[in-house]
Design a protein around this ligand. Structure first.
Ligand code: PMP
Length: 293
């Protein structure tokens, strides 16, 4: 595939894009990241992703070595350099090279890299037919220990839940918070629909402040639905009229079966279908131009 990776502002071939074994991003998961998409030559929600990246870095007192404007420009330039129109973009900022101790003050400079790759999506069949999921026994990190609002390189918690999804032969798993409320999935936020109301867990429950989640909250309200951020349990999931996941890679994907129980009639619901259409319309019409005329 021969991607050119932006490694701290310099383009290098994929095979040569390597980082130090003393980088604390690798040694301790000390770093932050973003997953972004471009649609037909336009980077979607660039401002929001870069804002979240800088917010996550701030929360862990890590100084990103370039400005926000420069970061936006570098992201766009990396897509352009790879001549991509529809891309999945990964931006990673690590604490940088230090010694073997975990003290981050021993890392003088944060390190960043940007990968722009062609995108691999959930097969279209899941958008039409919906996704079965299970509830994982692995709980989401408690916010008092590591807030899921920080998009950090520590994904082991989610990976453990993903292994449970693999064992159950499904593509996603629902994660509960310590108290047993639904938090989110391993790489997606979650919504249910009940009596025409869209409900998603509040982020304080222990969920990432997803950019797609935010877009869907706004979209739902624009379409005239009541949208609430309130805690709910697995029983609320089981008896929901509809359910769906949101994420940059997944967009909006219907959930039609949870823990071997069909959601309603086991088919994607009408509100979910409407949101999928409306969201696709937004992705077609918004974004930062990679190839301005
Ligand atoms: N939750 C988790 C744990 C995630 O990793 C992601 C996507 N990276 C999301 C939710 C969805 O967030 P977004 O809509 O910003 O991609």
């Amino acid at each position: 595939m021969g991607y050119l990776i932006n490694l701290n502002g310099k383009y290098v071939q994929k095979e040569k894009a390597v980082i130090s074994v003393f980088d604390h991003g690798l040694l301790y998961g000390d770093g932050v990241f973003e997953g972004i998409r471009s649609y037909n030559g336009r980077v979607f929600k660039l401002e929001e992703h870069v804002d979240r990246l800088f917010a996550s870095a701030k929360a862990i007192t890590m100084t990103i070595p370039i400005s926000r404007d420069k970061m936006k420009a570098e992201i766009v330039a990396t897509v352009k350099k790879n001549k991509l129109r529809d891309a999945y973009i990964r931006v990673v900022v690590t604490r940088g090279v230090g010694d073997l101790g975990l003290n981050p003050t021993k890392c003088p400079k944060a390190f960043y890299f940007i990968i722009a790759a062609s995108i691999s999506l959930y097969p279209e069949k899941y958008y039409k037919e919906g996704l079965p999921v299970v509830c994982a026994s692995t709980r989401r990190n408690i916010p008092e220990a590591l807030s899921p609002m920080i998009k950090s390189l520590n994904y082991l918690n989610n990976i453990l839940a993903k292994l449970e999804a693999n064992s159950a032969n499904v593509l996603e798993a629902i994660m509960l918070n310590r108290e047993g409320f639904v938090a989110e999935c391993t790489g997606d936020n979650i919504f249910i629909v009940r009596n025409g109301e869209l409900i998603t867990p509040p982020t304080y429950i222990g969920a990432l402040e997803g950019i797609t989640r935010d877009a869907v909250i706004k979209l739902g309200r624009e379409l005239g639905y009541k949208v609430s951020e309130k805690p709910f349990t697995m029983v609320d999931m089981y008896i929901a009229d509809e359910a769906f996941l949101t994420g940059t890679a997944a967009e909006i994907i219907p959930v039609i079966n949870v823990d071997k129980r069909n959601i309603a009639n086991g088919k994607p619901g009408p509100i979910t279908k409407k949101l999928i259409e409306a969201y696709r319309e937004i992705t077609r019409n918004q974004g930062t131009e990679v190839y301005p005329k």
